[in-house]
Design a protein around this ligand. Structure first.
Ligand SMILES: [Zn+2]
Length: 310
């Protein structure tokens, strides 16, 4: 079964809160499914890169296991953020029937699209966000399988839908699952306090997955980068799956991925709650921080009446 059909069936079978948050260039649905209830609120994104479609199955596992083990608060899962790209990688040109870019896609590498990461018109969605857009070392200005930034930030229906949904939900944190390499990116030039907070929470995610925290190398314009720089919330990119696997990762790699990442959302949501509790204790202890919010600062000690705005 193709991954879009698989995720559509999964979505249709869910009885709890769910939404269609937009549609792709080829008019496939972009789904969101709510896990848990209340605060803190997170968003987890899967499959924003076409060839990394196996992560959509991690979304299913996270939903199933999260319901059993209980995430803290609630997390909206976006199980397949780039359905067109996923199907191009999985099914090749047959997935592009009726697409206005069919001829382009057909000419591209003679229709060999297994390694395709972009959407159906060759924009890499994870460099299309408004976060130092277009300044990355690997950014390119021509359509292709990867790294094309698009005509402007949020030029694509998929990235725009994710932006709007995120702004509407106003989450406390976000996490995105990619393949591969077994590491976690957590930084995007945030200031000292925000950075300390995000590192602490990231350590819990690192412990849960067994993947180390890493600094991204010259990567900009991603969903995580936008969440960190614009929304000022902790945001992580988790690269799942050993480098021993080759792209695109297939079913056989899933056992390995789930072994490491099955508990990621439970651990992450608990770490965010801990951080908020810890911060609240410090605010009470300091006495006069009535206007303090989670978004404004990062869980460090009270400083001189300025409520942690470091
Ligand atoms: Zn990726």
């Amino acid at each position: 079964m193709n991954i879009y059909r698989e995720i559509t069936n999964f979505f249709n079978g869910i009885k709890t809160e769910k939404r269609i948050i937009g549609s792709s260039l080829q008019k496939r649905n972009l789904y969101a499914i709510k896990l848990g209830e209340g605060s803190p609120t997170g968003i987890a994104v899967y499959g924003i890169h076409g060839r990394e479609w196996l992560t959509a199955r991690l979304a299913k596992a996270h939903f199933r296991d999260g319901n059993k083990q209980g995430v803290v608060g609630s997390i909206w899962l976006v199980p397949l953020a780039n359905p067109d790209g996923a199907l191009l990688s999985q099914k090749g040109l047959t997935a592009a029937k009726g697409c206005p870019y069919f001829r382009y896609l057909s000419a591209y590498s003679n229709g060999e699209l297994r390694l395709w990461k972009a959407n159906a018109r060759g924009v890499d969605l994870n460099v299309n966000f408004d976060a130092e857009w277009g300044t990355g070392k690997r950014n390119v200005r021509r359509r292709g399988a990867e790294n094309y930034i698009g005509e402007r930030p949020f030029s694509e229906p998929e990235s725009l839908a994710l932006k709007r949904f995120t702004e509407e939900i106003s989450p406390d944190y976000t996490v995105s699952f990619h393949t591969k390499g077994e590491e976690i990116y957590w930084h995007f030039g945030q200031g000292a306090l925000q950075s300390a907070r995000d590192y602490r929470i990231g350590q819990a995610l690192s412990m849960a997955t067994g993947y180390p925290l890493r600094l991204a190398r010259g990567s900009v314009g991603g969903y995580k980068d936008w969440c960190i720089s614009t929304l000022k919330i902790p945001s992580y990119t988790v690269e799942v799956g050993s480098d021993a696997f080759t792209h695109p990762l297939r079913g056989a790699a899933f056992w390995n991925i789930n072994q490491h990442c099955g508990g990621a959302l439970v651990a992450l949501s608990a770490a965010v709650q801990n951080e908020k509790d810890d911060k609240r204790r410090k605010i009470y202890a300091s006495g006069d921080c009535s206007g303090e919010t989670w978004l404004e600062a990062g869980g460090s000690a009270h400083r001189g009446g300025d409520c942690l705005r470091g």
